[in-house]
Design a protein around this ligand. Structure first.
Ligand code: EPZ
Length: 424
């Protein structure tokens, strides 16, 4: 039985110092399945040592690939022996990104049967657009008994217009189209940094992908893709979470190894609050005066708008801002579950459909709270750092899915944080 744990945070210490951000979770979980499209070994560097990466190592090994994974250093995948095309329920459930095996296996061997993915319960999260893309490329798709299936005798390039901007759909179609015959054009594509990173990774394998980062991506399929060595980009959301934690504790933190350009929407909001943010080419410094932080309003948007993944930690920061903040969550229909937990700590919050109204209070107080999803966990971490007294965070394993060594990083900045087993 899985050992139950809780995280303990004693709030009130300003975070100070320098912290290096890890490689990106949402880029890693797209790049690792993409190695199956090559006909030679691929080495990936700068991977974060998180549960989602470890889950994909197990899935690729189960498919027959030889995976040499040195956490914190590199991963080499030799896809040549891989002859599997199915991903079972207990494997797929470990993460959301297991569904990228649909596109990768379709591109590699023309078929895949993958159980429904896991991941954060922040909405219904359908994959109709992924399937629409696969069908446009010539695949038969199915959804029976909790498994998605895709099969194609031959994949042929096609024009695909997404009805909604979807990160996962854009990635899944890119994976299959990279090995299709002819050219695929994706219209209304997602533009997140990890889409660009995946395109760069595939191009380093000999793929021909243009336009990643814009809403029109052109992919010229290749019969063969060769091996490569590639370092993934830093994690945009971990960078933002650390920036928010610095502001929340009125500290002075420099996040190194990041890409400031990816953080512009958050930086703008922090500046609007009265937080001081400065950056150079690969570092961002967040400094706070003792004065009040102003309430702000924001709406989550697709990149380069305010990232939905930072909505939850940002809402924690706003619980003690001066004034009332209004947050509109336009991407997912159920991404406010963390607010009930923040209310236990003294936050004044109200939710109406996809809008949260947060009235700033002078102080949060430590309390026992439960993590409901990955970024809700980030919100509780931020609130625990701000609160007076001790916060107990139950089910912290959600946080481990997307933040590498987060306790060590926060402790190095002066946080008082630990983890303990819970005896039944
Ligand atoms: C990815 O999820 C990320 N996960 C999410 O990060 C992130 O919040 C999200 O993109 C948006 O940036 C990974 O990369 C593993 P979408 P994904 O497809 O691909 C609807 C985190 O915390 N939609 O862009 O699932 C969908 O319901 C996680 O790291 C359809 O309707 O997001 C949602 O409302 C949480 N049909 C919206 O589009 C489809 O076929 C955006 O979803 C696909 C999506």
């Amino acid at each position: 039985m899985k050992v139950k744990e809780r995280m303990l945070i004693t709030g009130g210490n300003p975070l100070e110092g320098v912290v290096h951000v890890s490689g990106g979770k949402n880029t890693a979980v797209a790049v690792i399945p993409a190695t199956l499209l090559a006909d030679a070994p691929c080495t990936i560097e700068n991977l974060p040592d998180i549960e989602d990466v470890r889950a994909l190592v197990d899935i690729l090994r189960k498919l027959g690939a030889v995976v040499d994974y040195v956490p914190g250093d590199h991963m080499t995948v030799d896809p040549r022996p891989a002859d599997g095309w199915q991903v079972a329920f207990h494997e797929a459930q470990r993460l959301r990104a297991s569904y990228y095996l649909l596109g990768a296996l379709l591109g590699r061997c023309g078929r895949a049967k993958v159980a429904y993915p896991g991941g954060c319960k922040i909405g219904s999260r359908p994959i109709d657009q992924h399937m629409k893309g696969f069908e446009a490329l010539g695949a038969e798709t199915g959804d029976v008994g909790g498994y998605y299936t895709v099969e194609a005798k031959e994949l042929k390039g096609a024009d695909i217009f997404f009805d909604v901007v979807t990160v996962g759909g854009t990635i899944n179609v890119m994976l299959a189209a990279a090995r299709a015959r002819g050219t695929t054009i994706i219209y209304n594509a997602a533009k997140e940094p990890h889409i660009v990173d995946l395109a760069n990774f595939l191009n380093s394998m000999g793929a021909r992908i243009k336009g990643a980062g814009t809403d029109v991506i052109r992919i010229t399929g290749r019969e063969h893709l060769h091996g490569t060595t590639y370092a993934v980009i830093p994690d945009q959301i971990e960078t933002g979470t650390l920036m928010i934690a610095a502001a929340a504790t009125r500290g002075d933190v420099t996040v190194t190894g990041c890409i400031p350009q990816h953080m512009e929407a958050l930086t703008a909001k922090l500046l609007e609050m009265g937080v001081r943010v400065s950056d150079d080419d690969d570092a961002i410094r967040v400094r706070c005066s003792t004065g009040p932080q102003r309430a702000v309003n924001f709406k989550t948007q697709v990149y380069p708008g305010f990232p939905t993944d930072l909505q939850q930690p940002m809402s924690a920061l706003l619980t003690m801002a001066k004034g009332t903040s209004i947050i509109q969550e336009t991407i997912f229909e159920n991404r406010f579950r963390h607010l009930d937990e923040l209310a236990r700590m003294g936050a004044h919050v109200r939710v109406m459909d996809r809008t949260a109204i947060i009235e700033g209070v002078p102080q949060l107080y430590g309390a026992p709270v439960t993590t409901t999803d990955l970024r809700a966990g980030a919100a509780l971490l931020v609130a625990g750092l701000m609160a007076r007294g001790v916060t107990e965070i139950y089910e912290p394993e959600y946080i481990d899915r997307g933040y590498e060594h987060i306790e060590e990083k926060l402790t190095s900045l002066g946080a008082v944080i630990s983890r303990e087993r819970i005896e039944d």
